[in-house]
Design a protein around this ligand. Structure first.
Ligand code: ZN
Length: 309
């Protein structure tokens, strides 16, 4: 994918990102290209894509010390806001060596899944929705997982069996963390791994992380089918499982409108599609994070648009 840089800034004094009136910004702001930026505009220039405050690098000179033309850049304070125009850190610079990766694991910035947890064998465990009260990610087996910078240049860090629920807990903070899932060659940001079910076009044998919105919950005798909102290109998407399993994941008849995050493959299912995640491979997102999903959805749509240009 070509790098989408911030081509111009939206300049508008007396506008604040936190107040969120992006329509006014788009209507009233002046487009200012990096070469026309003036230091007095500082704090009043915003990204045309995510609307967070941006800055120019270098701020005052026309060229950097390495003779690169001045350009706009996002501000780290707003890095929790996803944006297609944010420059991703170069792969391989993230965790250049084993020690850096191990430190990131200890800090909780790098999370390595060596597998997904099975349902704990606890009789009559409380089945509560969302994260509260459930004991998950129990002492699982540690496993060696390669983080490869280049093929043949790997090192090993401990991984654990975990659940998708652990991703949903503190979801807003997790979006900026690095995750490596089973089968992946290297870690990448959670926000860049989550795929919108609306964008699925066909069967996919590779396991990936998706989000989808619950449209309907239909209880049959042996199976409860959770229907997710169908995509732009496909019809009907089902998540079938036993009623007990869904209940333990906090999904009931009244879960319509909630978002589900799952790790899985996409199969054909009648005239539509389905996935069959195990207990540890899916969870309902606590509703306080729905806005983050909507931002991701807009970001994925923008990426598709930019990639087609
Ligand atoms: Zn932006």
């Amino acid at each position: 994918m070509s790098k989408a840089l911030i081509e111009y800034a939206l300049y508008l004094p007396n506008w604040k990102f936190e107040e969120g009136d992006t329509e006014r910004l788009e209507r009233e702001a002046e487009k200012v290209y990096a070469q026309d930026f003036d230091v007095n505009m500082m704090d009043h220039v915003f990204c045309p894509n995510c609307f967070t405050p941006i800055t120019r690098r270098p701020l005052e000179r026309e060229r950097s010390r390495s003779n690169k033309l001045a350009h706009y850049s996002h501000i780290p304070r707003y890095q929790h806001v996803p944006c297609v125009r944010r420059t991703p850190p170069a792969q391989g610079e993230l965790f250049p060596n084993e020690e850096a990766a191990r430190e990131a694991i200890v800090r909780g910035d790098l999370i390595v899944f060596s597998g997904f947890s099975d349902e704990p064998q606890v009789a009559d465990a409380l089945a509560l929705p969302y994260a509260h009260g459930q004991i998950e990610d129990p002492q699982g087996p540690e496993a060696a997982v390669a983080i490869r910078r280049h093929l043949g240049d790997g090192f090993y860090v401990p991984g654990r069996h975990r659940t998708v629920l652990s991703i949903c807990r503190n979801f807003d903070q997790n979006l900026e963390k690095y995750y490596q899932f089973p089968g992946q060659q290297q870690p990448s940001k959670l926000s860049s791994q989550l795929r919108d079910l609306l964008d699925v076009r066909e069967e996919d044998a590779e396991k990936r992380l998706y989000f989808g919105e619950i449209k309907n919950v239909v209880i049959h005798r042996h199976t409860t089918v959770v229907w997710l909102r169908e995509g732009r290109w496909i019809k009907d998407f089902a998540l079938p499982a036993s009623r007990e399993q869904h209940a333990k994941r906090g999904i009931r008849e009244d879960s319509v409108g909630s978002f589900v995050i799952f790790w899985g493959q996409v199969f054909g299912y009648g005239i539509g599609y389905c996935t069959r995640p195990s207990w540890g491979e899916y969870a309902v997102l606590p509703p306080q994070y729905n806005e983050h999903i909507r931002q991701l959805r807009a970001l994925r749509a923008e990426e598709l648009r930019v990639n087609r240009m």
